[in-house]
Design a protein around this ligand. Structure first.
Ligand code: NAG
Length: 313
């Protein structure tokens, strides 16, 4: 009995060290900062009160570009969201106004009207007023990455997230970081790219443009209704995202703050940081597109403090 028990332990150890080998070490400084931002995020919605999700079944494997997908979730992901709260919270209400400003398909030139430029300005003004973004600004100034001048910081955010660039060759300026991450895009009529925001997910699902297919998680790490990060599968305008990931319930300023910090802490094309935030362990991935943000998303590794319980054993 004892021998078998040890055998299991060895297998677990090999498995864990194998996982660690391909993963960056925990970034303690950013974990501390992001937990501070988490506590400052008063605009985060509370699960079970402000919204309810239903994760349902585990999604099956689908290859990128495939349209064939089994539905392991007959109900929507969002059973209920308090839209009054979304509309009366300044940052989320201004955020929602930006969601219809973009051409879904890459290769189609974006045109930003003066009205849309005003919407972006108002959104950034609201974001800059939050404690989350004030703390972020202070941190970035202390690291020499941002100017203490609020107007310059605003134009830095504007440039990183809203400056239009070309994602596809031989076309006009068809994309920007905000569109990719918060709105989502389609490519060559075959795949969904980006799309990592829960409010957009909810609104698209409500309007029947999006169909949730099930969650993606490891065997022993089942998601539940309180999770603030999910890996999930869905279809959107009849295209399939085999594995998407998003924060759930968080404010747009919180998501923007995290990804802006990761974007600015180094100049590599692709950056992955491992952080613990609240009860979750996750990787934050940021990929740049020249001087602008190409994509950014969280990748859930462990929820409900499983990584902490494992260490304590
Ligand atoms: C929805 O949110 C608003 C604003 O925060 C609040 O006044 C209202 O009571 C909430 N509604 C429900 C059903 O919880």
């Amino acid at each position: 009995m004892a021998a078998r028990f040890c055998g299991v332990l060895v297998l677990v150890a090999v498995f864990l060290s194998g996982l660690n080998a391909s993963r960056p070490a925990l970034n303690q400084e950013l974990s501390n900062l992001f937990n501070e931002l988490w506590r400052l995020d008063v605009n985060r919605m509370t699960p079970g009160t402000d919204y309810t999700i239903s994760v349902q079944g585990r999604a099956s494997f689908v290859s990128q570009g495939s349209h064939v997908v089994q539905d392991h979730a007959t109900q929507p992901l969002f059973s209920n969201v308090n839209e009054t709260k979304l509309k009366t919270t300044t940052t989320t209400s201004r955020f929602m106004k930006l969601l219809d400003n973009y051409e879904r398909s890459t290769g189609v030139t974006e045109r930003v009207t003066t009205e849309e430029q005003t919407e972006i300005n108002l959104f950034l003004d609201a974001v800059l007023q939050t404690e989350v973004m004030k703390r972020t600004h202070k941190y970035l100034v202390s690291k020499g990455q941002s100017s203490a001048d609020l107007r310059l910081f605003k134009s830095q955010l504007n440039s990183i997230w809203f400056n239009l660039y070309r994602r596809q060759r031989n076309t006009g300026l068809d994309s920007c970081g905000f569109e990719h991450v918060f709105v989502g895009e389609t490519k060559s009529g075959t795949e969904i790219i980006g799309f990592h925001n829960w409010i957009q997910f909810y609104l698209q699902e409500k309007n029947s443009f999006l169909d949730y297919k099930g969650y993606k998680a490891r065997e022993r790490d089942l998601p539940d209704q309180d999770d603030h990060v999910l890996n999930l599968q869905f279809s959107w305008h009849n295209l399939v995202k085999p594995v998407g990931s998003a924060f759930i319930g968080t404010s747009p300023e919180f998501e923007m703050a995290l990804f802006t910090i990761v974007f600015l802490i180094n100049t590599d094309r692709s950056t992955t940081v491992l952080v613990n935030i609240d009860q979750c362990q996750m990787e934050l991935v940021v990929i740049r597109h020249g001087r602008f943000l190409g994509t950014a998303y969280p990748k859930l590794l462990s929820s409900n403090s499983r990584h902490i319980r494992q260490h304590a054993r």
